[in-house]
Design a protein around this ligand. Structure first.
Ligand code: DLL
Length: 440
């Protein structure tokens, strides 16, 4: 049995690769990128057409920087090729498909060969080890199982690392708490908003998770603030790490924080090429600048992806990390450009509102943002929830709301309506939280 501290703090799943020199990573990427472009061009009709239309051939790539001449791939390309036309191989030679529910119309379908599934498990195992999971750890996996990549992605990654998995999936929160209390897992995997739900239900059941052996949380699939991280760490008695990924590229495990620095997610550059572009001009931006993350797969077989526009706004750093890993770090994702709200000329992400709210005295860390029209302009209202100790007196609620409005105005710079609600009135998350309700 490993100690509660998880044994060797410097353990890496793929030490040699994770600590390669930046020059060696670049060489490996150049070689693999050539393979991937050739593979996509030869095997996927969509890429052949797109490259031909852009007047480029895989052989035009002389250095990695030449990737800027290749066309982007966007979500509608996947929809237009629904369901299986983005695949490079006949379906009967593949191993699995996943899909993400589209907000409008058809879902986006993604596919994996047996080798792709093995790669995914290895990268997820590598991510988990970076976050401090160790072989032998009991993992309570509350990511949803099914078409969503979270459940199965974390499941096979944890098994690959040598952990023992409890495949709970999402929902049935009281039962989750009972299992956590009885099984005493060392690791909790879920979305951050669902982890908060679990913490709250546990408290209402009189279960103090912070006193149990749970020591790490591996949270991702949605933006979350450092303030929410501090709240989860405190209430669950854990050290939580952020994990990033998207189904179009693989699923969870494209990048993950190390528990040494918890400052940016190491993106696994031996299998993915990361770029940041200006979402307006579509030109690549230099290291360190904020823009849209674009990812090209370097080794994926069944569904290679060239310059996929993630819509996630972030920045990269290649500065050395305290953990010794050399792979580029993706700074925590503030949000997607389609989540960005423009309120009277001020750009606001839901996660910024979260930063202001979480930890305010008398407030629970639950919130929902409503967007509506005020004349021709977009306006925002924020529903917040008070703690039980604040009570239900109308005047008290109003003054709490005024206080929150003032904080939002002074920190983010937007004027908005705030409504303070009594405990339990804001819907709780079962997976990815619905932060914004669009009433426009
Ligand atoms: O959410 C995969 C995943 C599962 C990641 C479990 C981590 C843990 P999709 O459903 O395709 O895949 O959604 C991908 O979710 O483009 C981001 O906008 C958002 N996202 C994922 N991870 C993070 C994160 C999974 N750590 C989309 N921080 C991505 C912020 C995230 N946003």
């Amino acid at each position: 049995m490993l100690a509660k501290n998880g044994g060797d703090p410097g353990f890496m799943y793929d030490r040699e690769v994770e600590t390669m020199s930046r020059a060696a990573i670049a060489d490996l990427q150049a070689e693999r990128l050539r393979w991937s472009l050739n593979h996509a061009y030869a095997k996927v009709g969509h890429f052949r057409t797109a490259l031909d239309k852009a007047g480029v051939k895989p052989s035009d790539l002389k250095t990695i920087a030449d990737i800027r001449h290749f066309p982007f791939t966007v979500k509608t390309d996947l929809r237009d090729n629904y369901p299986f036309n983005m695949f490079s191989m006949p379906l009967d030679q593949m191993a699995r498909v996943h899909a993400s529910s589209g907000t409008t119309g058809k879902p986006t379908v993604v596919g994996y060969s047996m080798n792709d599934l093995d790669l995914w498990s290895r990268l997820m195992a590598r991510s988990m080890a970076a976050a401090g999971l160790r072989p032998g750890d009991l993992v309570h996996n509350a990511y949803g199982y099914g078409l969503f990549t979270g459940g199965l992605g974390a499941h096979y990654g944890a098994e690959k690392l040598g952990c023992v998995v409890v495949p709970v999936s999402g929902g049935g929160t009281e039962r989750q708490v009972t299992l956590i209390n009885d099984f005493k897992p060392r690791i909790l995997c879920s979305t951050p908003s669902y982890a908060l739900n679990i913490a709250e239900v546990a408290e209402s059941m009189g279960v103090d998770i912070a006193k149990l052996p749970v020591r790490r949380g591996l949270f991702g699939a949605e933006p979350w603030s450092n303030e929410l991280r501090a709240e989860l760490d405190r209430r669950l008695g854990i050290k939580s790490c952020d994990v990033y990924g998207l189904s179009e590229i693989m699923g969870p495990g494209v990048a993950c924080e190390c528990d040494t620095a918890r400052n940016g997610l190491h993106g696994w550059e031996d299998h993915f090429l990361f770029e940041i572009i200006d979402p307006e001009t579509l030109e690549p931006l230099p290291m360190g600048e904020t823009g849209e993350l674009v990812i090209t797969t370097l080794t994926k077989e069944a569904m290679p992806m060239i310059r996929y526009r993630t819509r996630d706004i972030t920045r990269l750093t290649d500065e050395p990390c305290a953990c010794g890993r050399t792979h580029v770090r993706i700074l925590r994702v503030d949000g997607r450009d389609d989540d960005m709200m423009i309120i009277r000329g001020v750009n606001v992400y839901p996660s910024q509102v979260e930063s202001v709210l979480v930890g305010l005295e008398g407030l629970a860390p639950h919130y929902q943002i409503r967007l509506f029209k005020q004349g021709p302009l977009d306006a925002m209202a924020v529903d917040v929830e008070v703690l039980a100790e604040v009570g239900e007196n109308g005047d008290v609620l109003k003054s709490k709301a005024a206080e929150v409005r003032h904080h939002i105005k002074s920190i983010i710079g937007v004027t908005c309506a705030v409504i303070a609600k009594t405990p339990g009135q804001i819907p709780r998350s079962q997976g990815k939280a619905v932060r914004v309700v669009d009433e426009r």
